[in-house]
Write a protein that binds this ligand. Structure first.
Ligand SMILES: [Zn+2]
Length: 210
């Protein structure tokens, strides 16, 4: 419906007449030494990897998928994430069988429309891989307010104690996947809650880091 009304434009840079241009595809391409280790202010007590900086086409694609519900951007983001997961496997950072647990997000309009964006990207990234599954095993309790614009300590107060396990706990090694890692607070709560339930968390992998 939305696609019929909105003009066709690249989800990464706004260029006309394409949904995803070559330049943005190149910008999102995962180089041989990526993902890189990042050190967020709050230590999640697991290695944190990011596919790139939260800027340019990467930032815009994440935002446009999340806020405008541009489902066609799942594919390019999933391609980058798939290469990232593959690298972690080849580097021996994680092993199969593997479960990807999307970091919990606050409910949003986009999520109600098409489902949680991170979960969609993760599912598309590992679709068809027999030894990797996606389990949305975490959720954020409703009290958590949008953390945009909050400082580190306010963010921590906002998220602490509000990440909870849902459904069956994953039985394999886990990678927590998020779209953007900023302070590391959500990642740390996710790792903490999973480990408290006896889950082996090997790493956190983000599509972008600030
Ligand atoms: Zn573009």
């Amino acid at each position: 419906m939305l696609d019929l009304i909105l003009p066709l434009e690249c989800g990464g840079c706004g260029a006309p007449s394409t949904r995803w241009c070559e330049a943005c595809a190149l910008e999102l391409a995962v180089r041989p030494d990526e993902p890189h280790v990042v050190n967020p202010r709050v230590d999640p007590e697991a290695p944190v990897f990011a596919l790139g900086r939260y800027a340019g086409a990467r930032r815009r694609a994440i935002l446009t998928l999340k806020e405008n519900g541009r489902g066609d951007l799942v594919a390019p983001l999933a391609l980058a994430l798939a290469v990232g997961v593959y690298r972690l496997l080849t580097w021996g950072m994680v092993e199969t069988p593997l479960t990807i647990v999307p970091a919990p997000t606050r409910r949003s309009a986009a999520r109600r429309r098409g489902g949680d964006p991170v979960t969609r990207v993760a599912r598309a990234a590992v679709a068809g891989h027999p030894d990797i599954t996606v389990a949305p095993a975490l959720r954020m309790k409703a009290l958590a307010r949008d953390s945009v614009g909050l400082g580190t300590s306010a963010r921590e107060r906002n998220i602490a104690g509000r990440v909870v396990l849902r459904g069956r706990r994953p039985g394999t090694e886990v990678v927590v996947v998020d779209d953007v890692v900023t302070t590391g607070t959500t990642a740390r709560e996710s790792v903490r809650i999973l480990r408290a339930a006896g889950v082996r968390v090997a790493a956190v992998l983000a599509i972008a880091a600030t």
